[in-house]
Design a protein around this ligand. Sequence first.
Ligand code: SAH
Length: 340
Amino acid sequence: MKENIFGKDINACEAVMKDLGEARYRGKQLYQWLYEKRCNKFSEMTNFSNELREKLTDKYELFHARIQLKQEDHHDRTKKYLIELGDGQYIEAVLMHYEHGVSLCVSTQVGCNMGCKFCASTKGGKIRDLSAAEMLDQIVLAEKAEELRISNIVIMGIGEPLENYEEVIKFIRIANTGFGIGQRKISLSTCGIIPGIEALAEENLQINLAISLHSVFSERRKVLMPIANRYELEPLMDACKAYFNKTGRRITYEYALIDGFNDRDEDIAGLIKLLKGSQNHLNLIGLNEVQESAYKESPRLNYFFGELEKHGVNVTMRRKMGREIDAACGQLRKKEMRIR
Ligand code: SAH
């Protein structure tokens, strides 16, 4: 089988050309064709000689995944895509319209191994990592389907991005330099993989880092998120501080409010103690209830928000989008697997 040329970064594009006995600048041109011009055929790369186009065609393919199914929420125009990958696996991407632009929620793995108790993506475990090409394809396919340009990327779909570190970083760099999406318009969410956070701090990227917190009490966090047994809350917060000191980038903490579990008054007090001040940002999320889970959405969201704001926590509420369409990560893929 031929190797897919899509997903190669600038260094790899240069290596391709070197390999074919071409000058280095040809690598830059290839990169421009693939990402800036979204060219889908070697035969249309018109500043390459016929001979070079043939050499590329002999050795490489230019493959994209395809949209298998599309759902739309007619209230807020949120769209969800079920995407079929080259090997027949499925992932999801979600497109959301905001006042500031169009945001795409991107998956990084087929399934997930993190086991968070409230999350639908992790129920069947992880099947494999996605390649950078497969993450870029989510942008390519959504933009093509809607005939628009995506301005923001949230790496918050199926999977744990910092468990697929190399490909995710490659994806971010190509999305930035190839597709022209600003680094500050890219957000990456992690359940708290400390070595990944430490590595990310050294990448010299201006992206937004989000940490899935969901409880300020170590033992409760472990109940919700098994990964918290390996990366405990206290060292995680130390890693976040070090990340801020190194990058100067404020960190967002995500907190899905669960009825009777993390929405108590002592949770409010704990959050104030942990996150008060300008270096932190707390994003409150209404829990998306998933099947086979006992956790229910909390009725205290507005109260919680008000109390935290009153006490100096930099807090926002994530607007729920795509309610009509199985929008919580992983639900559509799971349904598709059940049917099959
Ligand atoms: N693995 C990464 C990114 C994917 S999840 C992470 O854990 O951060 C993206 C965000 O959605 C995380 O904050 C996650 O905790 C949250 N999330 C997952 N399932 C949810 C649900 N059912 N309701 C609300 N938020 C959920």
